[in-house]
Write a protein that binds this ligand. Structure first.
Ligand SMILES: Cc1ncc(C[n+]2csc(CCOP(=O)(O)OP(=O)(O)O)c2C)c(N)n1
Ligand SMILES: [Mg+2]
Length: 555
């Protein structure tokens, strides 16, 4: 019970602790129960503090630092709560770099606890183990909040500050460094900092009223959701109904409005609706694709809700900007609209018809869709689907129905190949109550396939599918279609994935086609054990005409 513990620990009493112990006590006081980690001599005293925390803090070790950091990312995305990982400095930090970059791009609260060389040697380029020039400077380019803990007395306030910073404003990762000879250093610790709610900007009521006026008088409102809308599903759903506004989501905003609602649309239909809209309500999105690809003109009034005050005007100054967390802002907007909004004619039939037409066009992706139908049917409603940069993944972003927030994890604008398997492991570890499904291409899967060992060691019952076409298929298709079939560096030699899985002691299966995948998934979700399903596939039709589409406004 974090709150009771918090009260006990928060008593101002001077006690002697090590820097590592004070850091761990602060993590516990803030409700952390896991640290995804890969040890090394720089962090031995920190890991000893993890050990002393006993059952209250699980150290889940991975087989590569990128695995640890991606696991923390997956856990953060699946739970919405901050998560921690710990690795050695230099190579350990860099190995975790792609995950940290992705956490930044996805505004995910991931706390890195990173070692450092001996305190007295920092900055002197003496060639100490794992030394890297200006580690603090490198870190400061990757995250918005970072600090170095220089002794036990400052461990707790600096840890608490980092955790607060991850939730404040636009959320995101943070990093704490600590030198090899400081984690174990003992000294007086006045108190363990208690969690304090992050400061929220006051909601600008004039702006809410202005937004209500814009949306109230608009005839065809389109709502666009990004990752920042994930905790505002109820409000978005209510607004969509009140305004009869379709809700467009592509990667990070999927699941905010249930896909079974005919007003829920993805990119291609969203673009048509963008062309017709007289007002857009953007919620927690950069609006990058609509503004830069589809175009804007003066007839489109944009109301932009974002936690980051810099974001709304980055691409185009909106008519109204509302700064802060989406849910409370949208709640006020609903109240303001309630007073003025006239009941609107239902757009259900119109949207149903247009959805059906779009489904016909999307039939071009039949090979992918046949697999997605099976996945949707077998993955329970609250099961979590984790995306990858692969043919099935691209199609899923367009066509996999998503029913609930935080059940469709997609890497956002980094779109980094190889994030999926380890991120899924973290999601499944943090949410043992629901099945998690990881989909992969043979290219992406091998980035973190070593973490099958982690799945076994920690008994994480993740089900992963690897679609095997013997290629970086997406790259190969581009070479075929746009570079006169001059194929280079896109063919792959693969292991037998069934034997590969079995060699770790995991369940390995082969499914030839959608029907066999259905059986394999059903059995795997029943068995709930680490499972890898190999699906041999051929080349698949290109999805790109539904993703990169020409402008429809402001031409
Ligand atoms: C970190 C990273 N490296 C490289 C790429 C470029 N890239 C995009 S898709 C792709 C190939 C994916 O191959 P695979 O995982 O087998 O999926 P397939 O397209 O064959 O379904 C590559 C190399 C990327 N997106 N991210
Ligand atoms: Mg492939």
């Amino acid at each position: 019970m974090p709150s009771n513990r918090t009260k006990m620990k928060a008593k101002p009493a001077v006690s002697e602790m090590s820097t590592g112990e004070a850091t761990v006590a602060t993590l516990l006081a803030h409700g952390f129960d896991t640290v995804y980690a890969l040890p090394g001599v720089h962090n031995d005293h920190l890991f000893d503090a993890f050990h002393k925390a006993g059952e209250r803090l699980r150290a889940v070790h991975s087989r590569h630092e990128q695995g640890a950091a991606y696991m923390a990312l997956g856990a953060a995305l699946a739970t919405g709560r901050p998560q921690a990982y710990s690795v050695v400095p230099g190579p350990g930090l860099l190995n975790s770099g792609a995950a940290l970059l992705t956490a930044y791009g996805m505004n995910a609260p991931v706390l890195g606890l990173i070692g450092q060389i001996p305190a007295a040697a920092i900055g002197k380029s003496q060639g100490h183990l794992h030394e890297i020039r200006d580690q603090a400077g490198i870190i400061s380019r990757l995250v918005d909040h970072s600090a170095r803990i220089d002794g036990p007395g400052e461990a707790s306030p600096k840890t608490a500050k980092a955790i607060r910073a991850m939730a404040a404003g636009r959320p995101g990762p943070a990093v704490l460094e600590c030198a090899i000879d400081v984690w174990g250093k003992r000294g007086p610790v006045a108190e363990i900092a208690a969690p304090s709610p992050p400061r929220r900007p006051k909601i600008d009521e004039d702006a809410v009223r202005a937004a209500a006026r814009v949306l109230g008088k608009a005839k065809r409102v389109l709502i666009v959701c990004g990752g920042g809308a994930q905790d505002a599903a109820a409000e978005v759903t209510q607004l969509s109904g009140m305004l009869q506004a379709p809700v467009l989501a592509y990667r990070r905003g999927r699941g905010v409005l249930d896909s079974r609602d005919p007003l829920s649309v993805t990119l291609p239909l969203g673009r048509e609706l963008w062309a017709e809209a007289d007002a857009v309500l953007a919620v927690g999105t950069r609006l990058l694709t609509p503004i830069t690809q589809w175009g804007v003109d003066r007839d489109l009034a944009i109301v932009h809700v974002n936690a980051d005050p810099e974001e709304p005007a980055r691409l185009r100054k909106p008519k109204v900007a509302l700064i802060g967390d989406a849910a409370p802002i949208l709640r006020q907007l609903i109240d303001a609209l309630d007073r003025s909004n006239q009941p609107r004619a239902s757009r259900k039939d119109e949207l149903q018809e247009r959805q059906a037409k779009m489904s016909k066009r999307l039939e071009k992706l039949k090979p992918q869709l046949a697999f997605l139908d099976v996945i949707r049917a077998e993955l329970p409603e609250d099961g979590i689907y984790v995306d990858e940069v692969t043919q099935i993944g691209f199609a899923a972003r367009l066509a996999l129905p998503v029913y609930k927030p935080r059940t469709f994890l997609s890497p956002g604008y980094q779109d980094n190949l190889g994030w999926g398997y380890a991120t899924s492991l973290g999601a499944q570890h943090a949410r043992p109550d629901v099945p998690v499904l990881s989909i992969n291409g043979d290219g992406g899967f091998m980035f973190t396939a070593n973490e099958l060992a982690t799945a076994m060691r920690h008994r994480i019952p993740l089900v992963a599918v690897v679609f095997v076409d013997g290629a970086f298929g997406n790259v190969r298709r581009i070479q075929e279609e746009m570079f006169g079939n001059r194929l280079i560096a896109s063919d792959l030699v693969n292991p037998d994935f069934v034997k590969f899985a079995e060699s770790f002691g995991a369940a390995g299966r082969r499914a030839r086609g959608p029907d066999e995948l259905r059986t394999a998934l059903r059995e795997a979700f029943t068995a709930r054990e680490p499972t890898l399903i190999e699906v041999p596939v051929g080349p698949m039709p290109s999805p790109w005409e539904f993703i990169h589409m020409p402008a429809v406004r402001g031409k």
